[in-house]
Design a protein around this ligand. Structure first.
Ligand SMILES: NC(=O)c1ccc[n+]([C@@H]2O[C@H](COP(=O)([O-])OP(=O)(O)OC[C@H]3O[C@@H](n4cnc5c(N)ncnc54)[C@H](O)[C@@H]3O)[C@@H](O)[C@H]2O)c1
Ligand SMILES: [Zn+2]
Ligand SMILES: [Zn+2]
Length: 425
């Protein structure tokens, strides 16, 4: 079959790989009909998340059709249309039963303390082949595959694998509740989805900070109050918009590849630049940029610093932007002095996925319009590069693997008319 594979930092390929096979009782083989590229995939190619094995199939966001199940999978049959959770969880350990699926005791072959397992990631994250492929093996498929109704199309459902659960989780981490003023840092897919999710969780006002005009425009189309960090100091702007108090909640949807402002009133001093440079070397000791492609973020702690400064005293920060273990810099003292609550981590996808499928099926939420590109699979490496460079208009890239059983994109769109959408219409 064809798949996107990781070979080295700065080197990914579209090539032939062996078909996956059932190897455990709780496995299923899924024929992928649609898959997507995520900001997380970029960390591996830029070098800000280490430990990938050569030849690993990338991708952790997919919709497909069940092809075959192992004897332990009793809730699915060949032919079922499903969305896959990005993280793997057994469903029977104490953590899974408590809804902490990302901390499952059994999913990681390295043992209970070895960390979250997700598809198409580093060896430490389970070393599983991913979903940017024609077929995939899904362990613990009875938990990780969620059936889809026909009113939810592939374009909507592929965003329920990771992006919307993560955005929802970000709101939950940040304790977003009725009437709260919420600032979202980062207007990538996760940040855009967080606008709609925070609203559904009761937010009274939603602000979004980014440095890219097209992403700010997308946020404004869903009526977030936008702040461009290259034009104004985002902390001052947020304070001014909130009567000097700051926001109640912050969702950090940026992570380790954060940038500092290129220019404008928040441009960094020489001292700050040197500090960020040290952090960036720590985050990505090995890097292989190709011109302006595959370049690691130049200010790993920038979003964290703004989060701590922009939130009100005794406020809450929910961090879903990824920070790998080698990153040790966080403005902890400043957070301590403000009595902040800091919550973070990998999303417990399976916890939120069924509820999100229902929200889309009933029309309360329409993720579909967030996908801005459906390149031909043969052009996927170029698409990766355009998405990496954050070219204007390249917000979210999905791949259509076609084949029988896929649901045409836009099919479910009427289900979402008048609904909370990510990208407006
Ligand atoms: N916790 C989880 O389980 C989980 C799941 C999915 C994604 N993620 C992470 O969420 C993050 C966002 O994912 P995405 O797909 O939206 O990525 P993305 O790279 O498309 O988006 C990041 C956005 O942040 C903006 N940005 C850069 N520096 C900034 C700064 N200092 N302040 C504000 N905005 C800034 C960029 O311009 C970009 O629009 C990534 O780190 C990804 O790995 C985490
Ligand atoms: Zn993802
Ligand atoms: Zn478990």
């Amino acid at each position: 079959m064809k798949a996107v594979t990781w070979h080295a930092i700065g080197d990914i390929r579209w090539e032939d790989v062996p078909d996956p096979r059932i190897s455990q009782p709780y496995d299923a083989i899924v024929r992928i009909t649609a898959s997507a590229i995520c900001g997380t995939d970029l960390h591996f190619v830029r070098g800000t998340m280490p430990g990938m094995r050569e030849g690993r199939v990338l991708g952790h966001e997919a919709v497909g059709v069940v092809e075959e199940v192992g004897p332990g999978v009793r809730n699915l049959r060949a032919g079922d249309r499903v969305v896959a959770a990005s993280t793997v969880a057994c469903g029977f350990c104490a953590y899974c039963r408590a809804g902490c699926y990302a901390q499952c005791d059994n999913a990681n072959p390295g043992g209970p303390l070895a960390g979250t397992v997700f598809f198409g990631g580093p060896e430490a994250a389970g070393g599983l082949d991913g979903f940017q492929a024609e077929y995939a093996r899904v362990p613990y498929a009875h938990v990780g595959l969620v059936p889809l109704p026909d009113t939810v199309d592939d374009g909507q459902a592929v965003l329920l694998s990771d992006i919307y659960p993560t955005a929802w989780f970000g709101g939950r981490l940040a304790e977003v509740g009725a009437g709260d003023t919420v600032a979202i840092l980062g207007g990538g897919p996760v940040g855009q989805a967080a606008v709609a999710c925070a609203r559904l969780q009761g937010a009274g006002r939603v602000l979004l900070v980014d440095g890219l005009d097209d992403r700010l425009d997308l946020a404004r189309r869903q009526h977030a109050e936008t702040v461009n960090f290259n034009e104004e100091d985002p902390v001052e702007a947020i304070r001014e918009l909130t009567g000097g108090i700051g926001v109640d909640r912050v969702i950090d949807a940026v992570g380790v590849d954060a940038q500092h402002p290129a220019h404008g009133p928040a441009a960094v001093s020489e001292e700050e630049r040197a500090q960020f440079e040290r952090e960036s070397r720590q985050a990505a000791p090995e890097r292989r940029p190709d011109g302006d492609t595959w370049v690691p973020g130049n200010a790993p702690s920038q979003a964290a610093r703004w989060a701590v400064q922009a939130v009100a005293k005794a406020g809450t920060i929910g961090t879903v932007g990824v920070y790998p273990p080698q990153v040790t810099s966080y403005p902890f003292g400043e957070a301590f002095m403000k009595n902040l609550t800091l919550r973070t981590g990998n999303c417990h996808h399976r916890r939120y996925l069924p509820e999100l499928v229902s929200l889309v099926a009933t029309g309360a939420l329409d993720p579909g319009p967030l996908i801005t590109q459906w390149p031909d699979t043969a052009d996927v490496i170029d698409a990766y590069a355009s998405f990496d460079r954050r070219e204007s208009g390249w917000t979210k890239v999905a791949l259509d693997f076609g084949g029988e059983g896929g649901m045409p994109h836009g099919f479910g769109r009427t289900a979402g008319s008048g609904a909370a959408t990510t990208a407006g219409s």
